[in-house]
Design a protein around this ligand. Structure first.
Ligand SMILES: Nc1ncnc2c1ncn2[C@@H]1O[C@H](COP(=O)(O)OP(=O)(O)OP(=O)(O)O)[C@@H](O)[C@H]1O
Length: 266
């Protein structure tokens, strides 16, 4: 059986500048893959290529074995959702209408969302814990709330795969935890999720696969435990980091987490 999503010998260039090349990975239904890497290493560019927003210079990206570059736009939108880093608010629509926009790939041309689509959108708001924002104007809610609305809209889209560009970046501590729990829940329901993050502790605390990106390739790919090591973190971010373990609850496996060393940069 084909993996849910695969990239094979992927290469992308902005003009003469190669962002990544000979990049390969496969992930399956229900997997969560966390992309880590320094600012500007190419995480967003990779996500955009996987969604088909940017064309690969060479190589192939396949969903369920089908090359995405030959898929129709609506079929691709039904299969892959994308949560952008920046959720600007150009129009003062009510939040529920913004979430219903996620249903667009499922509607016939010139038709509007119906009661079924409204119910799906309301369920998506419940899933991300913001049903109380249903009738608020999208332009009058906070940046973090807009990020949660964007996630709800993508859930309402009903894709098999969700690509999320720094989904926790604008969120407070509670909502970061909430979004990571939502991601766990979606994966348990069979969705495949790829997210970028700047917090190595997130994948350590929420066991998932990790790809560490550096110099246009993955320097490590695998379980959080195997990839998030002191030496990989030093190589990627150029600082000394210490991995600590703590027994939070008696009888449960110890939790691993990383902290920068106090004695500074390497
Ligand atoms: N449209 C563009 N044209 C040319 N270069 C670009 C363009 N977009 C991004 N870049 C460059 O490509 C490189 C990769 O950018 P990208 O946004 O993918 O990195 P990133 O890892 O997501 O960064 P961050 O963690 O800061 O969000 C960066 O050096 C960036 O300056």
């Amino acid at each position: 059986m084909s993996p849910k999503l695969g990239l094979y010998k992927g290469r992308f260039d902005y003009g003469h500048r190669t962002i990544f090349e000979d990049l390969n990975f496969e992930i399956d239904k229900g997997d969560i893959l966390c992309l880590l890497g320094a600012n500007g290493c190419g995480k967003t560019t990779l996500l955009r290529c996987l969604r088909g927003f940017l064309p690969l210079r060479s190589g192939s990206c396949r969903i369920d074995g089908t090359e995405i570059s030959i898929m129709r736009t609506s079929s691709l939108a039904q299969k892959i959702g994308f949560v952008f880093q920046d959720n600007g608010a150009p129009f003062p629509y009510p939040v529920i209408e913004v979430v219903k926009m996620g249903r667009a790939p499922h509607l016939k041309m010139f038709s509007s969302p119906g009661a079924h689509d409204t119910a799906i959108a309301e369920q998506a708001l419940e899933t991300v814990g913001i049903p109380h924002l249903r009738d608020r104007e999208f332009t009058h809610i906070s940046g973090g709330e807009r990020q949660l609305v964007a996630i709800a809209r993508t859930i309402a889209q009903g894709p098999d795969v969700i690509l999320m560009d720094e989904p926790t970046s604008a969120l407070d501590f509670r909502n970061q935890t909430l979004v990571l729990q939502v991601i766990d829940k979606l994966a348990r329901a069979g969705l495949t999720i790829i997210l970028t993050t700047h917090y190595p502790n997130h994948p350590l605390l929420h066991a998932c696969k990790v790809a560490m990106m550096n110099n246009g390739n993955f320097i490590a790919f695998g379980s959080a435990e195997s990839v998030i090591t002191e030496s990989n973190l030093r190589r990627t971010y150029g600082i000394d980091v210490q991995i600590l373990t703590s027994q939070c609850h008696e009888g449960e496996a110890p939790v691993r987490f990383c902290v920068p060393r106090q004695d500074g940069e390497t």
